[in-house]
Design a binder for this molecule. Structure first.
Ligand code: KIV
Ligand code: ZN
Length: 526
């Protein structure tokens, strides 16, 4: 059977960032884009350049750094958006502009307040404008799955005639059912006469939990590009999960004669990175990337697995980049083994960084009997997060607390190269630590989210703490790992404060640029 390629279009940095509370910094986006490029996704939708200066900067920098993937910027159907996207993609080796406008009655009437003829005109003009910057144009009829079919066919025909090379069919509100969505794609193939001049793409939201099923149904019906996000993050209930689509194609070749070029072995590490950067932990039973995705708990299953792994395992942990044996390294492991392990997990660090990380690993291995892949992923991601700024460094924390005792924390840190000491009571040990740190730095930094996860099993598991801090409209995520939850919390808080200080400095510059953009941002349509 001949296998056909499915292009993987990753929109973690655009639609994924639209998840409530998931804002990512430009540096975070660069890290994710670098990994997406390494894992060979075909297209990276890097942002919506006209929406903010941060998005514009992220798309420009990602354009400059990306080696293999097409870099795409989103634009509404107006010249400001399109010109801005075109500019941000200037340095991309392979730039794509993705422009869209709503085509459903509901959206045209209430959101756009436009007539059908006006929408048609906007499609023609916007695609022609985008063509000035690149030949690679993707066009989407927003809310396609609730659009009148004849009007949908007509707009697709016009978009292709105007120069669109990819037609993306979004199930914007996650309303479609698999059979119905597949039929929509076959109907488009049957009824749009010039459809063979474009690639059909799909973009499914997960409001009814059907985003991946709908995408697969569309592939069977003729779609050759799928839009998806790491861990399925995205607007509301999210988008189709990249890892699920890729592993479905790989696992069920008997029924799905298609392939993607994505390196599935990099799935676990990018999933971890996205979860760390956004602060959205992955639910334990999440397909492919959940903590329990390869855990066999019941005796019957464990017995079956020991006799033959195929009894209960349809994909292996190795296929997504985790090692088969749970214990990967111990306190006697050498530097070389450690370096190779990091590479296998998808990380490339300079030699000096590897040495620093190796020291941290040794100290972890001294405290913890078993060091798992997940421990190393956390160590590496913490390192990447810390490298951005070390204005404030934690030197020591000691606490006293108890059932009948008020919690108290003593904190020692270095700030602007001077050693500072502080002490505070709190309603609990974490509250006391945060208050003691705040006293030294005299910052406002509101704590909006505090989250703690055990990275692996066992009472000696490392705690991974994430905190979201906000100050005057600037929001950052801090992370910290340690065997001691209180220390991990202190590290996360300081990591967040470092980022907040950096970001607030930059925010002043952005504010001026944003003000001039803001006046125009609501001019929606040509
Ligand atoms: O969900 C949607 O319709 C979108 C479009 C911009 C493609 O994200
Ligand atoms: Zn979307």
């Amino acid at each position: 059977m001949d296998m056909e390629k499915i292009k993987i279009f990753d929109t973690t940095l655009r639609d994924g960032e639209q998840s409530a509370g998931a804002s990512m910094s430009v540096e975070d986006k660069l890290l994710i884009a670098e990994k997406l490029d390494e894992m060979k996704v075909d297209i990276i939708e890097a942002g919506f350049p006209y929406a903010s200066k941060g998005d514009f900067d992220a798309v420009s920098k990602i354009s400059e750094k990306t080696k293999n993937s097409i870099v795409c910027g989103l634009a509404r159907a107006n010249f400001n958006d399109i010109d801005c996207a075109g500019k941000s993609l200037k340095r991309a080796k392979k730039p794509r502009i993705h422009t869209f406008i709503s085509t459903s009655e509901l959206h045209m009437k209430y959101k756009l307040k436009m007539k059908k003829e006006e929408v048609v005109e906007a499609i023609k003009k916007s695609i022609k404008r985008a063509k000035k910057f690149t030949d690679d144009i993707e066009w989407s009829p927003e809310d396609a799955s609730r659009t009148d079919l004849d009007f949908l066919y007509k707009t697709i025909d016009i978009a292709i005639a105007s120069g669109a090379t990819t037609i993306n069919i979004p199930d914007t509100v996650g309303y479609a059912i698999p059979g119905e969505f597949g039929k929509l794609i076959s109907n488009i193939k049957k009824n749009v006469t010039n459809i063979d001049k474009a690639t059909i793409s799909v973009h499914c939201h997960n409001d009814l939990g059907l985003a991946v099923s709908n995408s697969l149904s569309a592939i069977i019906a003729g779609a050759r590009q799928v839009e998806c996000t790491i861990n399925g993050i995205g607007e509301r209930a999210g988008n189709a999960a990249l890892e699920e689509i890729v592993m479905c194609l790989k696992t069920r070749k008997d029924l799905l004669p298609f392939y993607s070029e994505v390196d599935n072995k990099k799935i676990s590490s990018i999933s971890h990175l996205v979860s760390t950067v956004t602060g959205f932990s992955v639910q334990p039973n999440k397909a492919i990337v959940g903590k329990n995705a390869f855990a066999h708990e019941s005796g019957i299953h464990q017995d079956g697995m020991l006799k033959h792994s195929n009894t209960y395992e349809i994909i292996t942990p190795e296929s997504v980049g985790l090692s088969s044996s749970e214990l990967v390294l111990g306190k006697h492991s050498g530097r070389h083994a450690f370096k190779v392990k990091l590479q296998n997990l998808g990380y490339k660090f300079e030699e000096t960084k590897i040495n620093e990380l190796f020291v941290k690993f040794k100290s972890l291995a001294d405290k913890k009997k078993q060091v798992f892949d997940e421990d190393l992923l956390a160590l590496a991601d913490e390192e990447r997060s810390l490298k951005k700024s070390n204005l404030i460094e934690l030197i020591d924390i000691s606490i006293s607390s108890g059932l009948k005792k008020k919690a108290n924390a003593e904190v020692k840190l270095s700030y602007e190269k001077k050693i500072k000491l502080s002490n505070s009571d709190g309603s609990g040990p974490i509250d006391a630590v945060f208050k003691a740190i705040k006293k030294i730095l005299n910052v406002k930094a509101n704590l909006v989210v505090y989250q703690v996860n055990a990275i692996t099993k066992g009472t000696d598991a490392q705690a991974e703490v994430s905190v979201r801090l906000e100050d005057e409209g600037v929001s950052v995520l801090g992370i910290g790992n340690d065997i001691d939850t209180i220390v991990a919390s202190g590290k996360a808080y300081i990591n967040g404060l470092n980022k907040l200080i950096l970001k607030k400095d930059k925010a002043e510059d952005s504010k001026k640029a944003l003000n001039s953009q803001a006046e125009e941002i609501d001019k929606h349509v040509i």
